[in-house]
Design a protein around this ligand. Structure first.
Ligand code: NAG
Ligand code: NAG
Ligand code: NAG
Ligand code: NAG
Length: 486
């Protein structure tokens, strides 16, 4: 019995010891649960250097007001669950389970030698637009509620915090809401203790953006923000300045247009000053409006060139980050093209000049219109497999529910769902969410699969019900990555 318990434990630890960072994957904590900390921040423990991830805790059927969760990690890839740092309090004026507790951020205050948590505090109809404040002597919490106040008498919606490495001063970033008199993003300095705001440093006037975060390099500050399209992703933009007070540049896009920032929204960023390299990470959210509680994380390195004054978020399916040296490397995978795969039923290969070998597989539908990739080499261990797909629903579903954002009166379908079956084992169907891309835009999304240790594996992709249809997205290729090193 002891032995089987040990095996079960090792299996669990093996599955979750995610040394690689895999944007958009299902991230599991060391206890096996999904990492559930959305639109939050990563704060570094001043004593131990440990990373602490805080975020909105979202539960199926109760995605708002469920509190702020906290996880810790030494490598930004393996996460230990510490439960709630700020728990909702039934009947509370600002943090009841019926309130909005969004975009929590935690900073260390040298003055009081404790950690301060700030967030967008609101009621369920977004009528208060306040900033919440709680404190704890321990980074992991529990945090004690202090107040919910209007920042310098103004409104506050999407909330961010930035701490300047030059002098340790923290700044709040907040959009002042959607009404006509608002639609700005404020950058305001906290007092030294980070217990209240002192003065407005800059106002990003009438750009009508949200999800703000600031990245600091030796020479510049870059402020990233998204447009306001709710839980649908859009093209995140950045502004650059030599000083926080400005002048700030014109906004510019940070990822290839129409990838909608690789299907993500900005919200936080982290700088790793390693022994060999400084790496800036974009910590974005990949929201899922249909099941908000299982939204994913798009964490990617950024390439910044202060001479050219550019910042680019760089896509990687799977990468290996060494937080000690600061270096990151893209993990190499093996590609299998849809052009070489076998179609069944009504699935077929179609000319696509933007796809691999000018070919994409479309018409993937239900159980019998499928595509099968053959001759795949496996290792017998869990491996990340990225599915490169195109979801063209933005072309318009006409009057059907889930019509598209790129047409008058359009909404957003958000995703198709594919079924993924390894080696014909239909009793074990994996579900693959394929969020909207755009016409001619191929993005990828990963699944952790276990293939046999040989060269004869097959992966069959069909379509599952997504609330409207049984359609899977079009497929360009899959890429199979090596298992994590342990
Ligand atoms: C939220 O607060 C505003 C301002 O006080 C109020 O008008 C609105 O009714 C409140 N909404 C709810 C759901 O309590
Ligand atoms: C601080 O949090 C850690 C991790 O949850 C815990 O082990 C420790 O006992 C806490 N310390 C205090 C003083 O509460
Ligand atoms: C509040 O926001 C409005 C709109 O940006 C602005 O006109 C006003 O000056 C702000 N008030 C303060 C105290 O910052
Ligand atoms: C797929 O197969 C399942 C199980 O046999 C069946 O219930 C379902 O209706 C099928 N769906 C489609 C679209 O063929």
């Amino acid at each position: 019995m002891a032995r089987s318990t040990l095996c079960a434990f090792m299996l669990l630890a093996g599955l979750s010891a995610a040394k690689y960072i895999v944007p958009g994957g299902r991230w599991h904590a060391t206890d096996g649960s999904l990492v559930n900390a959305h639109a939050g921040c990563v704060t570094v423990d001043k004593d131990t250097g440990k990373f602490w991830l805080f975020g909105e805790y979202k539960v199926e059927g109760h995605t708002e007001g469920a509190g702020v969760s906290v996880y810790s990690s030494d490598d930004l890839a393996t996460w230990e669950n510490h439960g709630l740092a700020l728990a909702p309090v039934e009947g509370h004026e600002y943090i009841s389970p019926h309130h909005i507790i969004q975009r929590p951020k935690v900073v260390y205050s040298k003055v009081s030698n404790e950690y301060h948590m700030w967030w967008h505090a609101d009621n369920s109809s977004y009528g208060l637009l306040l900033q919440g404040f709680a404190r704890s002597p321990n980074i992991s919490g529990p945090y004690t509620f202090v107040s919910a106040t209007p920042p310098l008498g103004n409104w506050s919606q999407d909330f961010g915090i930035f701490t300047d490495r030059k002098d340790g001063r923290s700044y709040a970033l907040y959009s002042n809401g959607d009404r006509r008199e608002g639609r700005d993003v404020y950058l305001s300095a906290f007092n030294e203790d980070a217990t209240a705001l002192e003065k407005v440093v800059h106002r990003f006037d009438k750009y009508d953006l949200e999800g703000p975060t600031i990245i600091q390099t030796d020479k510049s500050y870059y402020a990233l923000m998204s447009h306001k399209t709710g839980y649908r992703p859009n093209n995140v933009v950045a502004f650059r300045a030599d000083s926080l007070a400005g002048p700030w540049s014109q906004p510019f896009t940070v990822a290839p247009l129409n990838t909608r920032t690789y299907n993500s929204q900005s919200g936080f960023s982290l700088t790793i000053q390693g022994k060999k390299k400084t790496t800036h990470l974009y910590l974005g959210d990949q929201w899922d409006q249909n099941s908000n509680w299982e939204s994913r994380y798009i964490w990617l390195p950024m390439e910044i060139d202060d001479r050219k004054k550019t910042l680019d978020v760089v896509w990687n399916d799977v990468y290996d980050l060494d937080v000690k040296s600061g270096e990151w490397t893209a993990v190499e995978g093996k590609a299998y093209l849809a052009a070489d795969a076998k179609t069944a039923g009504a699935a077929f290969k179609q000319e696509a000049n933007f796809a691999s070998k000018n070919t994409i597989v479309t018409g993937i539908y239900g159980n019998d219109s499928t595509v099968t990739f053959e001759g795949i080499t496996g290792t017998g261990q869990p491996q990340w497999v990225s599915f490169y797909y195109q979801n063209t629903d933005d072309m318009g579903f006409g009057d059907q529910p889930g019509g598209t954002p790129d047409r008058i009166g359009g909404t957003w379908q958000l995703r198709r769902i594919a079924s993924v079956v390894v080696n014909g084992k239909t009793d074990k169907v994996e579900t693959l969410f394929q969020r909207d891309t755009h016409k001619g835009i191929i993005l990828s999304t990963p699944l952790l699969l276990t293939l046999e240790k040989d060269k004869k594996n097959t992966i069959t992709v069909g379509g599952l019900w997504n609330g409207f249809d049984y359609k899977g997205a079009d497929l360009d290729r899959i890429v199979v990555y090596p298992p994590e090193k342990r």
